[in-house]
Design a protein around this ligand. Structure first.
Ligand SMILES: N[C@@H](Cc1ccc(O)cc1)C(=O)O
Length: 516
């Protein structure tokens, strides 16, 4: 899976970026665990401190006690080593679809990044086993449902814990196989989890954080593509270029909004604004595009910061301070920041889908599109009467938009008291991240329709001699060519499902080079 000469993501406790996690998840980056003696020693020090504590004090939460509300139950010494297996076993109750291969790799990467901070009291050997899974692309199959995202992603991460010990199932070379058969084929020894180790794997936010890494990197491309679609729609409907003037935006100083306006302005290579324009004001979906896409652009840096801090944090409980010899009890498994980041990201994303859906509506409609044919059908002569162009695609885009908007209900407000009221306030961050992923899929579909329709609109003006290719900025010319590689100009009605699927795939692959 891992491509040759591709980048390498090194797990050594130093900060990782969402881009690195996304590259790793896509199979485009190699994985390397720091093998230096210094790093090994730093990690092992936590496990050694716990061993010492166990010998000397005999009581450690989650090691010699039950979990959560069951912490008042003491576990007799002869059963302490059986406790980790019980933890992942009773949490083996995940439901729903499994996370995708890409998502599951991101989840493993997020857990490894957290354990590499060195505050979880696990052995270096455990980190090696997780990195072996990533390197050999043996990926646990993790059901998506069943985490409240505040006692960590306990249930999803139990699937990782179980796989480390050689149980449950994995994806391996495109097949779903038992971990046991893959380990024996690959000559991998299952690990025997030490007393704190199952808890350390499960008591964190890796499921929601891994998914959030993928969501924010996809959202960065959504911003750019929605901006370019706005420019193309403006050209297609002969919109008013002066809505994006730098002077206009200098008096409303949201930097992301200004950036979007500047990009559109450059795309449209607008000249000097007339002293008193007699041009009409376009509808809001064009005129206010920087104000809608700009919200997403302005919130992305904060969203990325939330996700990267969580990614590079010790999200576990208890935290093991081997240096100072303390066991610190807290709530670092709580995914509140990811919950908020994903809840707000999905709302901003769905607003962009709504904007593009309205741009599509203007562009296909002869009442608003300044002389383009109905539904942008390229059919001429008598054939025009029976051709319906992008009519159904516009209807579909309306449906995808509605579904995206419906998916924006915040998850974090649905906190429930659970686990005998020990977990009486929880984040629901994993649900927020999954919702955000679903919203993203729908947004990308709307953008696929948007790029298809805006390019057809511009191509119609060129075909009908109202515009030449050279009138367009080189970047827009290139977009038309890149779109034409995937979607031939629509003259005669044809089922567009496969074309749209290609376009969605191309969005995921960042096929259009946008504002580099
Ligand atoms: N997250 C809990 C531990 C826990 C683990 C498993 C459970 O099923 C419940 C609670 C804590 O650290 O306090």
């Amino acid at each position: 899976m891992v491509q040759k000469n591709s980048q390498t993501v090194v797990f050594d406790g130093t900060p990782l970026t969402v881009i690195q996690v996304a590259a790793l998840a896509a199979g485009k980056a190699k994985v390397k665990l720091d093998t230096s003696d210094e790093f090994r020693a730093r990690i092992d020090r936590g496990a050694e401190f716990l061993e010492k504590l166990l010998r000397e004090d005999g009581v450690i939460y989650g090691v010699t006690t039950g979990y959560g509300d069951s912490c008042s139950v003491s576990v007799p010494p002869e059963l302490v080593y059986e406790l980790p297996r019980h933890l992942y076993t009773f949490h083996g109750c995940g439901m729903g679809e499994a996370f995708s291969l890409e998502e599951s790799r991101a989840i493993l990467a997020a857990r490894l990044a957290s354990l590499c901070q060195g505050y979880s009291g696990v052995r270096y050997r455990l980190l090696e086993q997780i990195s072996t899974l990533l390197i050999r692309d043996i990926i646990p199959i993790i059901p998506q449902e069943g985490s409240v995202g505040a006692s960590g992603d306990l249930t999803p991460l139990s699937y990782l814990a179980a796989v480390l010990e050689g149980h449950r199932e994995v994806w391996y070379r495109g097949e779903q196989l038992t971990t046991a058969e893959v380990y024996s084929a690959e000559g991998i020894e299952p690990i025997s989890l030490r007393p704190k180790e199952a808890l350390a794997i499960m008591n964190g936010t890796a499921a929601m954080t891994g998914i959030a890494c993928l969501a924010v990197t996809r959202a960065q491309y959504v911003v750019r593509l929605a901006t370019r679609i706005t420019s193309l729609c403006s050209v297609a409907v002969e919109g008013n270029d002066f809505h994006f003037d730098p002077m206009l935006f200098s008096v409303k100083p949201h930097p992301g909004q200004q950036q979007i306006a500047a990009w559109i302005h450059d795309d449209l290579h607008t000249g000097e604004v007339p002293r008193n324009s007699n041009r009409l004001q376009d509808r809001y979906s064009l005129r206010c595009a920087p104000h809608v896409i700009g919200v997403l652009q302005d919130m992305l840096p904060t969203t990325v910061a939330f996700v990267e801090r969580e990614l590079n944090s010790a999200n576990d409980n208890p935290i093991i301070d081997a240096e100072g010899e303390h066991v610190l009890h807290g709530g670092h498994f709580y995914g509140g920041h990811i919950a908020h980041a994903m809840d707000s990201l999905k709302a901003a994303l769905a607003n962009v889908a709504d904007l593009v859906d309205r741009q599509i509506a203007q562009t296909v409609d002869p009442k608003f599109n300044h002389g383009l044919p109905a539904n942008l059908s390229g059919a001429t002569g008598t054939q025009a009467a029976i051709n319906h162009g992008f009519k159904a695609v516009q209807i579909a885009a309306s449906a995808w938009t509605a579904e995206a908007l419906k998916g924006t209900l915040p998850a974090s407000i649905f906190s429930r008291s659970t686990e005998c009221h020990n977990q009486d306030k929880v984040s629901m961050g994993t649900i927020a991240a999954r919702d955000c992923t679903r919203v993203l899929e729908l947004v990308e579909q709307v953008l696929a329709a948007g790029i298809a329709i805006s390019c057809q609109g511009v191509a119609l003006r060129i075909r009908d001699g109202q515009l030449t290719l050279q009138d367009l900025q080189p970047a827009l010319q290139q977009d038309l060519e890149r779109t034409a590689q995937l979607l031939t100009f629509l003259t005669e009605d044809r089922p567009l499902e496969q074309d749209l699927r290609r376009l969605v795939e191309a969005i995921r692959e960042k096929h259009w080079v946008l504002y580099a």
